[in-house]
Ligand binder design. Structure first.
Ligand code: B12
Length: 309
């Protein structure tokens, strides 16, 4: 029985790093030459970047997108970059006419939900989707909305019915994103679900949206689905990957993951994401599982997948 919890040590040539980070090869060379932002191994043919360097470049790129000058941040340690990233970004002005900032729009969505006005909530979200780049929409609008709804539900300001309304809206939105980005020629099909007994579906939904934006053919089956059903769907749809979202671990969770790993087609890979995965003992699993600690690791894995196709 083989367990693969982390990726094997890997080195990437500059073109692969460019795809993984979204930074052009010219910019990568300039960041190295002018600012010593990373020091890839150059002993072989051309530059070879390790996982740590790729992760550092991703951090630098995120900060540059937030308006930091590369010259100022290239000298910082990885920990200092993480600290900077943890500082909330200033709200982005999304509408040149100055009519809307994400925080205001989110307040609009939330007040519409509180009033059970789903048409208005949908309009507000659609407006936001129209002005933000797709990934920014997920990170700056969908995730903050999910967190805020979660918090309000938790402290009693939103009812279960209102939480259901948001979940339904977000599922519809995912459907639209899939229609927009779905590539009919995509050979990368992914099933997304949460195990029986797991009703937290927001993380799995957010991951589905990011996968759809990455051109993956996503089939999101939602929350609380028995493992045999998920495995059956993987078999019928010839999915290459099943992504399981796990937030809370209860006495059924490990059984569910083990049953899924047993029943899935041999050619399908199991990916596990969500805060609960860290507390699962996966040592008896019948196949390797890729464990994704957060959404950015998930995005990296999707990019790797597109490279090995
Ligand atoms: C909303 C919510 C619910 C909703 C879920 C609605 C829905 N449609 O999903 C409802 C009302 C159903 C619910 C129920 C319960 N909940 Co609840 N819930 C929350 C809450 C408030 C927000 C969770 C959330 O969706 N956040 C938004 C997502 C997007 O963010 P996130 O969870 O932080 O996930 C991030 C990463 O972990 C990652 N990620 C998450 N999932 C995935 C999946 C994949 C595939 C990937 C790649 C990444 C990824 O991406 C996210 C972005 O960074 C949290 C408390 C909190 N503030 O976090 C409690 C919380 C998760 N719930 C909790 C509990 C205990 C429960 C209940 C068991 C009972 C109860 N007393 O509330 C029940 C039953 C759950 C069950 N059987 O599954 C606990 C879990 C404690 C623990 N660690 O075990 C929490 C932490 C509250 C607490 N402090 O006690 N809950």
């Amino acid at each position: 029985m083989e367990i693969v919890l982390v990726q094997m040590a890997a080195y990437y040539p500059i073109r692969a790093v460019s795809k993984l980070t979204g930074i052009s090869p010219d910019t990568l060379r300039a960041w190295e030459r002018r600012y010593q932002a990373v020091q890839p191994d150059r002993s072989g043919r051309g530059r070879r970047y390790g996982e740590q360097e790729v992760a550092r470049l991703r951090r630098l790129n995120q900060l540059v997108h937030r308006g930091h000058a590369i010259g100022g941040i290239a000298v910082l340690s990885d920990d200092a970059l993480d600290e900077l990233l943890a500082t909330p970004a200033a709200p982005t002005e999304v509408d040149k006419r100055g009519t809307a900032l994400p925080t205001d729009l989110l307040a609009g969505v939330l007040s519409a939900i509180t009033d059970f006005d789903s048409a208005r909530a949908n309009d507000e979200l659609t407006r936001l989707a129209a002005v933000l780049a797709p990934k920014d929409f997920v990170y700056q609008a969908v995730l903050p909305l999910m967190r805020e709804v979660g918090t309000r539900w938790h402290d009693g300001r939103l009812t279960v019915a209102q939480e259901h309304l948001v979940s339904q809206m977000l599922r519809n939105l995912l459907g639209s994103l899939m229609r927009l980005y779905r590539s009919s020629t995509s050979s990368r099909r992914m099933i997304v679900a949460t195990p029986a007994g797991e009703s937290h579906e927001f993380g799995a939904l957010a991951a589905s949206m990011l996968a759809a934006i990455a051109g993956i053919d996503v089939l999101c089956l939602g929350a609380d689905l028995p493992a045999e059903e998920t495995a059956r769907a993987a078999r019928r749809s010839a999915a290459s990957v099943v992504l399981y979202g796990i937030t809370v671990v209860n006495d059924r969770t490990l059984d569910e993951v083990e049953s899924l790993a047993r029943a899935m087609p041999e050619t399908t890979t199991l990916w596990l994401g969500g805060a609960g995965v860290a507390s699962l003992d996966l040592s008896a699993l019948e196949r390797p599982a890729v464990v994704l600690r957060d959404l950015s690791e998930f995005e990296d894995e999707c990019r790797r997948w597109s490279l090995v196709r």
